[in-house]
Ligand binder design. Structure first.
Ligand code: CAA
Length: 289
């Protein structure tokens, strides 16, 4: 794959574009408009500067990475791409519009992939021009650091598409877990009920935020507790995923924790808004309960 396009320049899209560019490949990045795509590139620039500052990356190499990232204002340049990766908000109607519009320029042999965390691939494949070249490619945050990519073929995905995408994921230095197209795939099916349960535990005042996270960090050896991880992923994203699990399975064990819904309604979405279960406006995160 020589040219790749990423649609969505938020946390995931920017991380995906950075990782691709760090592996020597030209990557276009787009969002609702060119300004948002440029902002995504600026975020990547900051992330690379931090690595340079910590002696993890040479300044010249950082420049090289940035030079391979091309913000674009619409989908037309993506006709050149071998692979288009959608990494937009976790809402099906938004993704549908993207697949229909970007599908108009998708080259004959190119693949369209979705970084969805939970929406069925088989269903979304029908929004693209060729379901045999449509696949789930699920990255983990922070993308440049995390070692896993889930690959999710839909019912109509051609084996050749799965092989090409798995080879691409490995070329990025990631390990692949192949998942059937079931709600939440493998990792989020396990992770989101844990995060949701942690919010129930908080809502029932069984323990405070700091202790819930400390319990899981020390008791389970997780690098982050579930509430700090929820803030890191984004509480809106967590709620969207648990809602998809609940709606698609109708299993009460996935019922969203009422406190999670309230935090999202308050606009307390985690690190990206400066406040979630922790307040991030000072030097160090402070638990809010
Ligand atoms: N680009 C490249 N490297 C980066 C980077 C970036 N943007 N950000 C951090 N790094 C590197 C750092 O340079 C550092 O490298 P060294 O180990 O070589 O020094 C390493 O990553 C760790 O970074 P920090 O020292 O800054 O931070 P840390 O040690 O506190 O670790 C963390 C941070 C990696 C995020 C760790 O806390 C962690 O693994 N947390 C759990 C993350 C997780 O579970 N992610 C999955 C979320 S679920 C998901 O994404 C799926 C979904 O659909 C919701």
């Amino acid at each position: 794959m020589r040219r790749i396009a990423v649609i969505g320049a938020g946390q995931m899209g920017a991380g995906i574009a950075q990782t691709i560019a760090q592996h020597g490949i030209h990557v276009m990045i787009s969002d609702i408009d060119r300004a948002h795509a440029e902002a995504g590139k600026a975020t990547i620039g900051k992330s690379l500067s931090k690595l340079v500052g910590r002696g993890k990356l040479e300044a010249d190499d950082a420049e090289g990475v940035l030079s391979r990232i091309e913000p674009v204002g619409d989908y037309s340049p993506m006709a050149e791409a071998d692979l288009i990766i959608e990494a937009a908000t976790e809402r099906e109607e938004i993704k549908k519009t993207i697949f229909e519009n970007a599908g108009k320029v998708l080259a004959d042999n190119a693949i369209m992939a979705s970084n969805t965390s939970s929406i069925p691939i088989t269903r979304m494949a029908n929004y693209s021009p060729d379901p045999s070249r449509f696949i789930g490619l699920h990255f983990f945050n922070p993308v440049p650091v995390m070692g896993l990519i889930e690959v999710i073929p839909g019912l109509a995905t051609a084996p050749e598409t799965t092989d090409r995408i798995s080879a691409f994921a490995e070329m990025l230095g990631k390990q692949v877990v192949l998942s059937q197209d079931e709600p939440g795939f493998v990792v989020n099916r396990i992770l989101l009920p844990m995060i949701n349960e942690a919010v129930f535990v908080l809502g029932q005042s069984t323990a405070g935020i700091a202790d819930i996270d400390k319990g899981c960090r020390l008791g389970l050896n997780h690098p982050m507790g579930p509430l700090e991880l929820a803030d890191f992923v984004g509480l809106d994203t967590c709620l969207d995923i648990i809602k998809v699990l609940y709606k698609t399975t109708r299993d009460g064990k996935y019922r969203p924790a009422p406190l999670l819904v309230k935090y999202v309604e308050a606009g307390w979405l985690g690190r990206k808004t400066g406040r979630g279960f922790y307040d991030y406006t000072g030097d160090a995160p402070v638990p809010t309960r």
